[in-house]
Design a protein around this ligand. Structure first.
Ligand code: NAD
Length: 270
């Protein structure tokens, strides 16, 4: 079990959405949280909320698409927390456009934040975890890291990379007989605003997930050292679909409304 009480936790993307809710949940469980985000005023709000409730949180401004900024944030965090027991790579961005409409810069940003940053943050904290032979690296990926969707070519590719990152890191840790744990989280759409405008055809089996409930499940999965959490349960069938002929799995994604789920995507204004 990874108990958050007294643990040093780094949480990226802590200023909003499920990052904010995870930060509040971890702090209320006694964790000392370093809140990483590029959004300084958002960070300050979350810090104030946690401190008002009697929790411990340190805001750390970090631009995850800049390796130098990650190094600086890691040094600042170690100074503030002493050591880091849990790293939760949660920050993410989405453009929500067709491949030919996205700018080169947007594609690079998607990969920098959703995929490459995982390498920089993990390389900053894993060595000390290996030395102590304990720790936990959590990757907030996406159901879009298991199946591709229209208007999400950059996003899904980066989330496939995030799932691959977790899979191979877990193998590497196992080959070293390390006790450092990993958990990957693959949710379908969550109602945080990041994917505002998306639709679901069969909400009974593929609901747009509630942020509070999702975060409770994520933190429980991390606490229980679960290696993988996919939600809702119906998304597990996507794995089975990989065994079917491509035409059949494409038909299924279309039939269940996934292929066109981004048609009315708005996303965040800023
Ligand atoms: N919301 C969903 O439908 C959904 C579904 C599946 C997976 N996810 C994943 O969950 C994670 C959190 O999503 P959310 O819905 O809470 O999103 P959100 O937009 O509410 O939060 C993302 C946070 O990441 C931060 N961020 C963005 N770029 C950054 C950068 N360069 N440096 C530092 N911080 C940066 C933002 O400032 C923001 O606070 C993301 O990785 C997302 O891909 C979300």
């Amino acid at each position: 079990m990874t108990d958050f009480n007294g643990k040093g936790v780094v949480l990226t993307g802590a200023a909003s959405g499920i990052g904010r809710l995870m930060a509040i949940g971890i702090a209320s469980a006694g964790g000392r949280v370093a809140l990483w985000d590029i959004d300084e005023s958002g960070l300050e709000n979350v810090r104030a909320e946690i401190v008002a409730a009697g929790g411990h949180a340190v805001p750390v401004r970090c631009n995850l698409s800049d390796r130098g900024s990650v190094k600086q944030a890691a040094a600042q965090t170690l100074q503030a927390l002493g050591s880091v027991d849990v790293l939760i790579n949660n920050a993410g961005v989405v453009s929500g456009k067709d491949l030919l409409e996205i700018s080169d810069e947007q594609i690079e940003l998607t990969f920098n934040v959703n995929a490459l940053a995982l390498f920089w943050t993990t390389r900053a904290f894993l060595p000390a975890m290996l030395e102590r032979d304990c720790g936990h690296i959590v990757t907030i990926a996406s159901a879009g890291g298991i199946a591709g969707t229209a208007k999400l070519v950059d996003y899904c590719s980066s989330k496939f990379a995030a799932v691959g990152f977790d899979d191979s890191l877990r193998a590497e840790l196992k080959s070293r007989k390390s006790k450092v744990m990993t958990t990957v989280i693959c949710p379908y759409y969550i109602d945080t605003g990041m994917f505002a405008g998306v639709s679901t055809r069969f909400p009974a089996i593929l609901p747009i997930l509630d942020p509070d409930k999702s975060v409770r499940r994520i933190l429980a999965a991390v606490s229980k050292n679960r290696r993988r959490l996919i939600m809702p349960w119906f998304v597990y069938t996507t794995y089975l679909m990989r065994l079917a002929p491509v035409a059949l799995s494409d038909w299924a994604l279309d039939f269940f409304g996934v292929t066109h789920s981004m048609d009315r995507f708005i996303g965040r204004k800023s």
